[in-house]
Design a protein around this ligand. Sequence first.
Ligand SMILES: *Cc1c(COP(=O)(O)O)cnc(C)c1O
Length: 361
Amino acid sequence: MARVYNFSAGPSMLPEAVLTKAAAEMLDYEGSGQSVMEMSHRSKVYQSIIDTAEALLREIMNIPDNYKVLFLQGGASSQFAMVPMNLMTGSGKADYIITGQWAKKAYKEAARYGNARVVASSEDKTFSYIPKVAKADLDPEADYVHICMNNTIYGTVYHDLPDTGDVPLVADISSCVLSKPIDVSKFGILYAGAQKNMAPSGVTVVIIREDLIGKAMDITPTMFNYQTHADNGSMFNTPPCYTIYVMKLVLEWIKNEVGGLEQMQAINEKKAKMLYDFLDNSKLFKGTVVPEDRSLMNVPFVTGNEELDAKFVKESTAAGFVNLKGHRSVGGMRASIYNAMPVEGVEKLIAFMQKFEEENT
Ligand SMILES: *Cc1c(COP(=O)(O)O)cnc(C)c1O
């Protein structure tokens, strides 16, 4: 069996230990005589899986008791509508900071439901930095401020959060969830699609402060109302059962094998530092993001020559480093080095880049 190093921005690698465990439990989950794929979501055995997943997430992320954890479907993209439908009902205004395509999509969707305003944008420089926003730039009457914390396509991340005062901060954390500790109490809502750092695609985790539930617009579809899912333990309808089970395995891996989010952060910082140090010293490759806003998870880079970029993508793929082609809006390459990418995968990628550099300069 030859497994490749998959640098995809998502869906992405899962820890090998998780895949092995899921395979071992495939036909008979803990003596139930069935696969988790087959069992009733109303069964005792499944209830224990979803309860364990939630308890582990609460423990690992240190989620305060006044927050609900919801397991939803529809991807992070559905949250672009769910957030305004549920929250934009006070002043009907919301502030958006545009740091990439996902943030922009969130803004455009919100503008369909209320008075969404762009506070700042880094589009002028292909989203290669995080714009500075002062408290005075924000509307104190807004129902919330929305940010995309880690910008998957462009490789930027918020190292410091904007000060929004009493206005709830809502963040899309799809591509940085579980990569390091985060102070949940600073946010009104955190949401993340699973397929970057948590599980296969199919479940979207929403962490929401309880006082923000129950204010939805009248037009809100039942399935888009946070209240519906909060009142029913994410079991109003059939949840994405198997994906939640794999998420439980990933959370067990973080807790027991890695040792928690501080350790996860140390490993992620080690991987990212190796790669950025190499890029900063390379005569051929260079990173596209300003150093102070660089992401731990997504590392875009270019040679400055499109033909060489294409050659690199082709040769790296053949050597077992797959999905390194950058997003079309940035060009070049992007290495997504999520939690499940082993240190060894980054070391080997750097050795390959070194060799490519020697052969092509
Ligand atoms: C991948 C991604 C999305 C889109 O997620 P879906 O689950 O496919 O809707 C949204 N935001 C960010 C930051 C992402 O990385």
